[in-house]
Design a protein. Structure first.
Length: 161
């Protein structure tokens, strides 16, 4: 009985009240057409925004923590929810922020080599912890970088221990 009640509540969220009162037709299918690169999938928009996001990631086999968003045919970025207009959407992935980090020989303070790194949303602090850094020093700007928001594209940095 509880399963039927739960199903009924979910349907009421998707279908207009007029349908349940017997004065309206069953609404059309609640499905969006979503494109990513060369692949197109039809994805139902029932459930929460998180469930919708996971459905998109699964449908396109996105095995990443990178942020993504949907853009409609009019180039309008849409939030993921049940109120989205039906239509065709394109998935866009966060391109990240590319920087160069000089790796030094600590005894001579001479750069040994340069590492190019692209940071996505949560990667910055993980990278610092992995290298044993507390932050980065911007070489050309002469300033300490404590958060990813302070990074500048294509700037040169040195790790601070």
């Amino acid at each position: 009985m509880m399963d039927i009640l739960l199903l009924s509540l979910q349907l009421m969220q998707l279908w207009p009240v007029e349908f349940y009162l017997g004065i309206g037709d069953r609404p059309r299918e609640m499905v969006l057409t979503v494109k990513f690169e060369d692949y197109t999938r039809r994805i139902g928009i029932e459930g929460t925004a998180d469930a919708f996001k996971e459905a998109i990631k699964s449908a396109f086999r996105l095995r990443t923590r990178r942020s993504f968003w949907l853009e409609d045919e009019d180039n309008i970025v849409r939030s993921l929810n049940q109120e989205m207009p039906l239509g065709n959407y394109t998935v866009h992935l966060d391109e990240g922020l590319g920087i160069k980090v000089y790796l030094y020989d600590e005894s001579d303070h001479i750069p040994v080599h340069t590492e190019e790194k692209i940071f996505y949303t949560e990667d910055y602090h993980e990278h610092l912890a992995h290298r044993g850094y507390t932050g980065l020093w911007e070489i050309d700007g002469y300033r300490n970088i404590d958060t990813m928001d302070d990074l500048r594209p294509n700037a040169l940095y040195r790790g601070v221990s």
